[in-house]
Design a protein around this ligand. Structure first.
Ligand SMILES: Cc1cc2nc3c(=O)[nH]c(=O)nc-3n(C[C@H](O)[C@H](O)[C@H](O)COP(=O)(O)OP(=O)(O)OC[C@H]3O[C@@H](n4cnc5c(N)ncnc54)[C@H](O)[C@@H]3O)c2cc1C
Length: 365
């Protein structure tokens, strides 16, 4: 018997474990894999992700990865760069981030069970093959293809769409201290510096057959940058869906991280959301009321969902994409405001003003 049983020891599960542990509850985490657990990811931690992690007491040392000071959009119709209004982002390999989170969870007194797939939920008990463990609260942190979601009957979807992400690392000194998003027809590449001599490259598209090498032909500038670099890892793919659930908690079961819904990977906000949700979930569990978590979860998703919608509209409509890139190149101040909005540093008035100005620029450029 434990107070809280968390299914999945990825970033969301470990963050939730630490947050709940700090409320004085006993926490057990089970994961089917063993650390360090890798996963196709853009590996960019935005300044708000680092701040949310720090609020949970998670310290990610700057030398764990490579700092970047903002985001640059590049396209055939223009490019725009903006520095974060506060702080820096950090590109960190998943195989570096995961052991950091595991060590922090161990320090916090979380009981960790690796190579332990959870096989079901029955009568408030978590099934571990032939064994079962009782828990007052169960948290599903088992990723985008969550089984806990099904077992708990939380798989009612409010909204869903599918894209595909492919990731590969290249051994090359980062040529920029920005995270870059390269815009093309029907796909994007984003590039995150992750070490002094390595970058993480992610391809996002709606085409399940498109792969990094063939897609690079549409991006001559990026292809040239990577031409002489050796491949440090092989290409790994992942379904990168956008999914919003009708509900993320029922009875004594709550979902967190990708299990609780996803925003498109291009926002780079998945880890931030997981860390923010962890704090909200711990508060709700300590108060004995998961409805509070449900409300907080909805509120936390608003900004990333808005940014994802904006970027996916650019993805869908090439003409809009071209005009938006030209407008942002002509008005770097508006791009900087968008970036401030992206990391939660722009108030409602600033958001409305930027929205109107950007709309005008796009319509008239
Ligand atoms: C292509 C791509 C690029 C991305 N880029 C970024 C980015 O740059 N920045 C960012 O912040 N976010 C990014 N994201 C999002 C980010 O990767 C996710 O939001 C994050 O990994 C979610 O963490 P999680 O713990 O919820 O899920 P996961 O990392 O998927 O972890 C789930 C864990 O549950 C375990 N598990 C599953 N089933 C069971 C079971 N039955 N029993 C026990 N264990 C189980 C798995 O082994 C796994 O360890 C990206 C996502 C994609 C797909």
């Amino acid at each position: 018997m434990t107070d809280v049983f968390i299914i999945g020891g990825g970033p969301a599960g470990l963050a939730a474990a630490m947050a709940v542990r700090r409320k004085g509850l006993a926490v057990t985490v089970a994961d089917a894999g063993r650390p360090p657990i890798d996963k196709p990811c853009g590996e960019g931690l935005m300044p708000d992700s680092l701040a949310a992690a720090a609020r949970l007491g998670i310290v990610i040392p700057p030398d764990a990865g490579r700092a970047f000071r903002g985001i640059r959009f590049l396209g055939a119709d223009g490019s725009a760069a903006g520095a974060f209004p506060e702080g820096e982002g950090l590109g960190v390999r998943r195989t570096t981030l995961h052991p950091i989170l595991v060590a922090e969870a161990e320090r916090a007194g979380v009981q960790l069970m690796w190579a332990t797939p959870v096989t079901g939920l029955r009568d408030g008990a978590v099934q571990l093959g032939r064994h079962a463990m009782g828990a007052r609260w169960v948290v599903g942190a088992d990723g985008g293809q969550s089984l806990v979601r099904q077992w708990a009957g939380l798989d009612g979807v409010r909204r869903a769409s599918r894209r595909f992400g492919f990731r590969r690392h290249y051994a090359v000194a980062p040529w920029t201290d920005y995270m870059e998003i390269h815009w093309g027809r029907g796909c994007q590449f984003y590039v995150t510096p992750v070490a002094a001599s390595e970058v993480c490259v992610v391809l996002m598209s709606r085409d399940p057959h498109l792969r990094i090498d063939s897609a690079l032909d549409r991006f001559p500038l990026l292809r040239e940058r990577l031409a002489s670099a050796s491949q440090a890892t092989s290409e790994r793919g992942q379904l990168a869906s956008t999914c919003r659930l009708k509900s993320v908690a029922t009875g004594a079961v709550a979902l967190i991280g990708d299990a609780s819904g996803t925003v498109d990977a291009i926002t780079g906000e998945g880890l931030c959301l997981a860390f923010q949700q962890a704090a909200a979930l711990a508060d709700a569990i300590a108060a004995g009321d998961l409805r509070r978590y449900e409300q907080a979860h909805r509120r936390l998703a608003r900004r990333p969902v808005f940014m994802a919608d904006f970027m996916l509209t650019m993805d869908r409509w090439p003409l809009l994409q071209a005009r938006a890139l030209r407008a942002m190149a002509a008005r770097p101040d508006l791009f900087s405001n968008l970036l401030a909005l992206h990391i939660g540093k722009l108030g409602l008035a600033g958001f409305l003003k930027t929205g109107l100005q950007l709309g005008w620029e796009i319509a008239t450029i």
